[in-house]
Design a binder for this molecule. Sequence first.
Ligand code: PAF
Length: 323
Amino acid sequence: MLGGAAALLSLACIAGTAVAQTEVKIGYALAPNSHYGVAAEKFDEVVSAETDGKFEFKHFPSSGLGGEREVIEGLQIGTIEATIVSSGTLANFVPETGVFDIPFLFRDLGHARRVLDGPVGQEILAKFDAVGLHALAWGEQGFRHITNNRNPITTPADVAGLKIRTMENPVHLEAFNTLGAAPTPMAWPEVISSLQQGVIDGQENPLSVIVSVKLNEVQKYLTLSGHVYSPAMLLVSKPFWDGLSDEDKAAFEKGATEAATAMRGFVDDVETSGVATLKERGMIVGELSTEQKAAFQQAVQGAYETYYKTYDKALIDRIIATK
Ligand code: PAF
């Protein structure tokens, strides 16, 4: 009898694997034609090719599953399988992640990519398994710049009292408070309507976001401040990850690596073309000179005292020392 039951079970399994695909709901904040959309598409394509279509990706772009924090919580409880997110709320899950949000930490995109792909970045990725998440790869958004409707910005005094939306990120909040602005942490899905209604004067995001979301429709001034690098991350749910075979895990790892490369390629392109696009769309664009940027760096120094209390100075020094 036992033999018969086992045979029936294996028949059912064979029939099941022949027809059933495992659904992978992937949520992200931006549109399909953004750096996130391009990465999600590549992730889907590679995993599908590597597993002969065993997984069916269902895409939820433009915050279709909620804000980034809500989506990450969905991953933890296993109701959402995958996401691509900024570092906005990641420090609320793995505090060490916040070290990358320190203003003026990275010299350029190459420096940031070498740190994230090197030992420091990989050590931080590994910490996500302890909080119900599995981090597959670092992607990126680029360097963040300030947009607003109140005035052009060339000196720290120009941001005094500016009602600026920040991500729900304590490191960014500290920086804008130190600069004398009036920062409001806010989930991304509320930002456009808050700008339209004048609840906030401005926000800050990389060119990749400003261009794809068409922030020019609700913002007049763009200041190329490059005040902080904005990493992104490809994450899957730990309960989902633990249920995968080793072959499937390898397919997801390959997919995430290729997705991150596609995302960085997209960012490289928009870093080259984005300013011209936004000027054509009517934005008034100003770039901080080296001296003007140094003045912002100086004005934000006070925040470093807090950062050194939160993050190991040796870790910050290791990042700065990365060639
Ligand atoms: O500003 C943010 O919250 C993020 O940069 C965004 C636009 C949601 C992309 O991850």
